[in-house]
Design a protein around this ligand. Structure first.
Ligand SMILES: CSCCC(=O)C(=O)COP(=O)(O)O
Ligand SMILES: [Mg+2]
Length: 239
């Protein structure tokens, strides 16, 4: 990106934008898959787990008393289809948080990401994350990266629970309220054109990450600027 974008906030997507898609769909999904059933059975009194399991049953049309095996079969099918259903994301996030705490997981970021985020931060921009991954998963994921603990960089974390669906403008309007700024002061970076469309509809500025080898490398980004690396994104923070 040659021209700097005026932005007080930079909001980043995760999968395909700052981490390779394989980091989520292979490393993290493979970690969660065998642990979902045991996690559900070992946390019978955790209200967050109970609510997520009830939501899986309801969303999948299972009976209200369907057992763990039936619930896990649905969760595995959703993962196979990469359906980013909120109750799945809640349960994955709890499992991944434990995995990061146990030092069994480390987040691999694209090599251009940390330098760019540090630069935006040093320029005085606020940084936030908007991902289908739960807030718990996001925070855990940035606590153990190949580049160290990056949690201090982010002032806000948004997911499909506290903001809403990623492809709907109302989610971006809700986040704008929380950020306490004008929508035109926010730059959203994502690999998914439909997410950028929703952000633009809410008045945000957008940049598409068309990273070589990633699922949206050859996507049509329409009127959104598209770059292949964060090295090509520059911002200026209005005085
Ligand atoms: C470590 S955060 C987990 C990310 C995740 O579960 C996911 O589905 C990523 O989706 P995104 O909206 O960031 O593309
Ligand atoms: Mg993405």
């Amino acid at each position: 990106m040659t021209e700097p974008v005026a932005a007080r906030w930079v909001v980043i997507d995760i999968e395909g934008t700052v981490t390779p898609t394989s980091q989520v769909r292979e490393v993290l999904y493979d970690y969660a898959r065998p642990r979902l059933g045991p996690w559900i059975d070992e946390h019978p009194d955790d209200p967050e787990v109970g609510a997520a399991v009830a939501d899986v049953r309801a969303e999948a049309g299972l009976p209200a008393d369907a057992g763990t095996d039936a619930v896990v079969a649905v969760l595995h099918a959703w993962m196979d289809a990469d359906r980013k259903a909120t109750p799945l994301k809640t349960l994955q996030g709890l499992i991944w948080r434990q995995g990061y705490a146990d030092a069994e997981l480390t987040t691999e970021l694209f090599p251009d990401v940390v330098g760019a985020l540090l630069h935006f931060h040093d320029q005085g921009a606020g940084l936030a994350v908007f991902s289908s991954g739960s807030v718990a998963a996001q925070i855990a994921s940035f606590s153990h990266t190949g580049d160290g603990d990056l949690r201090h960089l982010f002032q806000h974390h948004f997911d499909t629970t506290n903001a809403g669906p990623k492809r709907e403008a109302r989610s971006y309007r809700a986040m704008t309220e929380v950020l306490g700024t004008d929508p035109g002061d926010v730059l959203f970076a994502s690999d998914v054109p439909a997410e950028l469309d929703a952000a633009a509809e809410a008045g945000w500025r957008t940049v598409g990450l068309a990273r070589p080898g990633e699922p949206f490398a050859d996507a049509d980004f329409g009127t959104h600027r598209a770059v292949t690396t964060f090295d090509d994104i520059s911002i200026e923070v209005p005085a």
